[in-house]
Write a protein that binds this ligand. Structure first.
Ligand code: ASP
Ligand code: MG
Length: 455
């Protein structure tokens, strides 16, 4: 049994749905459970509908509902074959319900997190229904399962946490047996509380759903189908032409995700990794490419570095204690301020009297700096970039830092950090030097490739 998750762009239109239906068919013998996102940008539009309605702009909200209804009908009915009339009734029933909700909200004039989730859930409820019809129309037995029956969560609406024990039991008892005889299709992102109120797992939550479903049914593999070939040895926005990484450990993948290679958020695959179920990133536009396999254990690799990730346009803050010596509590005071302004810090280096750190969100930087200046001197450097070498072997291979800095000998390196995990070596260079730095490092560490790990 496998889980196949398809994101919004993979189900955005009739063409996209036809493409993934073909992909699902190829895996039929492995008993797929398909988890889908809402079609295209549907979730954004649904949330906008909720806001418009609550702001009393009833006609605008109803107009947006009409647009969504038309899109779902056009593309949905086109893939449903002989069952189009039946699907038509389902789709219209959902939108009639949404019309009523919009009217109610525009009278009440407020939008609770609970009604937000009720509205947002429509996207996945419909996309999963449509995909199930499409698979059946293609001649493959398929059964739709309403995720709200099997994904139980707490009641933190819009950010609900799954109750894993209960959910796993429900998935084992209700979904596994069906999947043995038909392709199960479920909506990602949505769940419900024990007393039956619809919840969502937070934006982008479908990857998390796929991982929970996979862990619950004890899948052999979880496939995350996206629109990229997988993880690469270099960020394609900075250096095109990197090599595909065939397999990567969860810890390595997590480091890449934190520094910008946003293929998927590492926390979302934890339920799968905890159960030792591999997660594979695949491209629905090029299904013949093997993708990237994320496993809980490290894969032996002859290259020391697995990938070079980067994060451009970051800002360095240099904070110097105005006391003679660094008083205890200095770091705590600094981080307490960042915490209060919900600004996350990516990289930190400290010396006796100063701390340098990087942030990418500068929204509250002025307020943060004025608070910091009450007990320190602060200078700011904009236009910087983090470059990070990632690989489990960095910890076992002597001389990596030497090689990296040799390659960058004529560049000004503003900060250096070797993570405690020892699987990354990060530094900061000027944005203007980024492309050259990554190119030179890529040449140094990827001129020879372990063919087992790289394509
Ligand atoms: N449809 C939801 C969102 O746009 C969940 C997802 O796509 O993963 O956030
Ligand atoms: Mg996504």
């Amino acid at each position: 049994m496998i889980v196949m998750k398809f994101g919004g762009t993979s189900v955005e239109s009739q063409e996209a749905i036809t493409r993934i239906t073909e992909i699902v068919r190829r895996y039929e013998s492995q008993h797929p459970i398909v988890v889908v996102s809402a079609m295209g940008k549907t979730t954004n539009k649904l949330l906008e509908i909720g806001r418009e309605a609550a702001a009393g702009r009833r006609e605008q909200a109803l107009g947006l509902v009409d647009e969504l209804r038309a899109h779902h009908l056009t593309h949905g009915l086109a893939v449903a074959g002989a069952a189009a009339a039946e699907l038509d009734r389902y789709i219209r029933a959902h939108f009639d319900w949404l019309d009523e909700l919009v009217k109610g909200l525009s009278v009440v004039g407020e939008l609770s997190p609970r009604s937000t989730d009720a509205i947002a859930s429509v996207g996945e409820r419909l996309s999963s229904l449509i995909v199930s019809f499409a698979i059946r129309a293609a001649g493959v037995p398929s059964q739709h399962v309403d995720s709200r029956r099997v994904i139980l969560t707490d009641d933190r609406f819009t950010q609900a946490q799954p109750l894993l024990e209960e959910t796993f039991a429900l998935l084992r008892e209700n979904v596994r047996p069906i999947a043995n005889g038909a392709v199960v299709v479920m909506g990602g992102f949505i769940g419900s509380t024990a007393d039956g109120h619809t919840t969502t797992l937070g934006r982008g939550g479908s990857d998390y759903s796929a991982s929970i479903v996979g862990a619950g049914v004890d899948a052999d593999e979880i496939q995350i189908w996206t629109d990229v070939d997988g993880m690469l040895t270099a960020d394609p926005r900075i250096l095109p032409g990197g090599h595909r990484i065939k397999s990567i450990s969860f810890a390595e993948a997590a480091e890449l995700a934190y520094f910008g290679a946003k293929v998927l958020h590492p926390a979302t695959v934890l339920p799968a990794i905890d159960k030792n179920i591999p997660v594979v990133i695949l491209n629905s536009r090029r299904p013949e490419v093997q993708g990237t396999r994320i496993t809980s254990e490290a894969v032996p690799c002859r290259n020391a570095v697995k990938s070079i990730s980067c994060k451009p346009s970051i800002t360095i803050l240099n904070i110097r204690s105005t006391r003679m010596l660094m008083a205890h509590g200095f770091l705590q005071r600094i981080f307490e301020i960042f915490d209060r302004y919900r600004t996350s810090v990516d990289m930190v280096s400290t010396s006796e009297v100063s701390v340098s750190l990087t942030v990418d969100n500068v929204e509250n930087l002025e307020s943060i700096c004025s608070e910091l200046r009450q007990f320190s001197e602060v200078s700011i450097e904009n236009g910087q970039a983090i470059v990070c070498l990632v690989g489990e072997n960095i910890r076992h291979t002597p001389g990596i830092a030497g090689r990296a800095f040799q390659v960058l000998h004529d560049r000004n390196i503003r900060m250096i950090s070797q993570g405690a995990s020892l699987l990354n070596l990060g530094f900061v260079v000027a944005d203007a030097d980024l492309k050259q730095a990554v190119t030179a490092l890529h040449h140094e560490f990827f001129s020879e490739l372990d063919p087992v790990v790289f394509d």
